[in-house]
Design a protein around this ligand. Structure first.
Ligand code: HEC
Length: 158
């Protein structure tokens, strides 16, 4: 258990700032960008479905959704070798590690849902949402301008 806590605490280091937009998804080919965007919309649907099942106490329903999220993401899909090379050379290391973190949490969420560990379901769901935010804050400020530093600072004046 202690080890688990240590391992988990490593994931709490959330990156700040948002200067990496240029080195992210926008440097990929248009086809890959499209695949990526479709995948993101699927993730969003998945999160909504999980929330619905979670508040209704239908833990079993969470399992297949979380597993699908773990497997469906564009970085794991049947891409050509060329596309894989493109992803690995164009996307920054930090981006790929956030992606890995996301997959770790979706796997854990599927696991604890199977075991019906209610508190842990809530825990991993929230950790998973945090990886959405962490990655968007760094790499998706074009899509989500609220994460831009000046916009964030601006909010405090209202
Ligand atoms: C490893 C990085 C990363 C993770 C993790 C991530 N996203 Fe994204 N997401 C992005 C990037 C980058 C974009 C913007 C792509 C662009 O600029 O077109 C994006 C865009 C989106 C969009 C807009 C898609 C569109 O084109 O309309 C949605 C919705 C979205 N993400 C949902 C999620 C949800 C929900 C999660 C977590 C369950 C998540 N994302 C996790 C990187 C990530």
């Amino acid at each position: 258990m202690k080890l688990l806590v240590i391992i988990l605490s490593l994931f709490f280091i959330v990156p700040t700032g948002s200067a990496n937009e240029g080195s992210g998804v926008s440097s990929l080919s248009p086809e890959l960008q499209l695949l990526f965007s479709e995948e993101m919309v699927e993730l969003k649907k998945g999160m909504n479905q999980i929330m619905d099942a979670y508040v209704a106490g239908q833990w079993n329903d969470i399992v297949p959704i979380a597993k699908k999220m773990e497997n469906s993401y564009v970085l794991r899909k049947g891409l050509s070798q060329d596309q894989m090379d493109q992803l690995h050379s164009k996307l920054p290391k930090e981006f790929l590690s956030l992606d890995e973190r996301f997959h770790y949490y979706s796997r854990m969420l599927a696991h604890v849902s199977e075991k019906k560990k209610v508190e842990l379901i809530g825990f991993y769901f929230s950790k998973m949402s945090e990886t959405c935010v962490s990655c968007h804050r760094l790499y998706a400020t074009r899509k989500f301008p609220s994460f831009k530093p000046d916009v964030e600072a601006d909010k405090h004046h209202h």
